[in-house]
Design a protein around this ligand. Structure first.
Ligand SMILES: Cc1cc2nc3c(=O)[nH]c(=O)nc-3n(C[C@H](O)[C@H](O)[C@H](O)COP(=O)(O)OP(=O)(O)OC[C@H]3O[C@@H](n4cnc5c(N)ncnc54)[C@H](O)[C@@H]3O)c2cc1C
Length: 315
């Protein structure tokens, strides 16, 4: 560690999904010396999406194209984006934050946490075959593809019940399938139960998926009667939890009960100079537009913070 070169930056952004790249674009345009550290490929969750139809300005765009464009925009304004660069140590408590990688120690007044989240996958071997071909994770993103189709939602928490209520606007029939009792609040449960086309199957596991090029049927197992049967289903929306990527800093910034970083609309966390942007931030709506919006807010408020920081520290 001692022989690592120390490099000073105005701002270090952790994570190069849409939130981190948008923050980098804004920061670069404000002439801030900006570094983005990404421990995998640039792009995050949306990188492999085939057709995004709800990002303003595009009728339909591939995730890879959208990300490529934002990356180029950020780099055009001077942001440096390092892929596959693992952060070994992150110290956020002091005025100057320290970000240590294999080769360098970066010293910076501002860190923007934009590490996103992963959705828990349907734990079945056929998941990969039917991903985006009937197995989905985001009702706001993909629900519209299933107008007048038979939809199932898997899960029993508030997010699952809310997703089910939302999807009834498209579905001809909607199953909510959960392996035990519902954990969602009573009010949401009642709302769902009152919708005619809804059937709730509790103590029921989804055990197998069937289809050709896309999902056609699922096998379910009723744990009480110990019987299995097949249902015709066009799409399953899996809603069995998310895993925010907080390992690197979970002992330093305050997290919500769900494990996201606590920060309000200003994206400021409990630590001065540390911002949280995108899906990592605790908020109701996790979408591309809201992640880009956070990236914008975090970068603009970071610039104000840096300006004052430089005055205070005679820099
Ligand atoms: C299949 C799918 C389809 C979707 N479709 C749509 C859609 O059509 N419309 C829409 O609005 N939304 C859609 N979404 C949701 C949308 O993708 C997310 O809301 C958005 O990508 C969140 O962006 P983000 O930058 O906050 O996080 P992410 O995209 O999760 O990016 C976070 C980045 O941080 C990196 N990272 C994590 N930990 C570290 C670390 N320790 N060090 C360095 N880097 C780290 C990750 O590798 C990742 O690249 C979809 C999501 C999925 C999964």
């Amino acid at each position: 560690m001692d022989d690592k070169k120390i490099i000073q930056k105005d701002i270090v952004i952790v994570g190069a999904g849409i939130a981190g790249l948008t923050a980098a674009l804004y920061a670069g345009r404000m002439n801030l010396d900006t570094l983005v550290l990404e421990d995998a490929l640039v792009g995050g969750q949306i990188a492999n999406a085939t057709g995004i139809e709800n990002y303003p300005g595009f009728m339909s765009i591939k995730g890879s194209e959208l990300i490529d464009t934002v990356q180029k925009q950020a780099e055009k304004y001077g942001a440096v984006i390092d892929e596959f660069d693992t952060i070994e140590r992150l110290e956020l408590q002091n005025n100057f934050k320290l970000v240590e990688t294999a080769n360098y120690i970066y010293k910076t007044p501002v860190v923007i946490l934009a590490t996103g989240m992963n959705r828990r996958k349907l734990p079945l071997a056929e998941e990969a075959k039917f991903a985006n071909r009937g197995v989905h994770y985001c009702e706001l993103c993909d629900g519209h593809m299933y107008q007048d189709k038979i939809i199932a939602v898997m899960g029993g928490g508030n997010a699952a019940v809310d997703a089910a209520i939302f999807l009834t606007k498209y579905a001809s029939k909607l199953y909510l399938i959960h392996r035990s009792k519902l954990r969602a609040d009573e009010v949401s449960q009642e709302r769902l139960k009152q919708i005619d086309k809804v059937e709730i199957l509790l103590e029921t596991e989804i055990t197998k998926l069937f289809g050709d090029t896309r999902l056609r049927q699922v096998e379910i197992f009723d744990k009480q009667t110990e019987t299995a049967k097949r249902l015709d289903i066009d799409a399953i929306f899996v809603n069995i939890g998310v895993m925010p990527n907080t390992n690197l800093f979970k002992d330093q910034v305050k997290l919500s009960e769900r494990g996201h970083v606590l920060a309000d609309e200003s994206c400021r966390t409990n630590l001065d100079g540390v911002f949280a942007a995108g899906d990592i931030r605790e908020k109701e709506i996790h979408q591309l537009t809201t992640a880009a919006s956070d990236g914008t807010t975090a970068a603009l408020l970071a610039e104000k913070y840096i300006r004052q920081f430089k005055i205070n520290n005679n820099m």
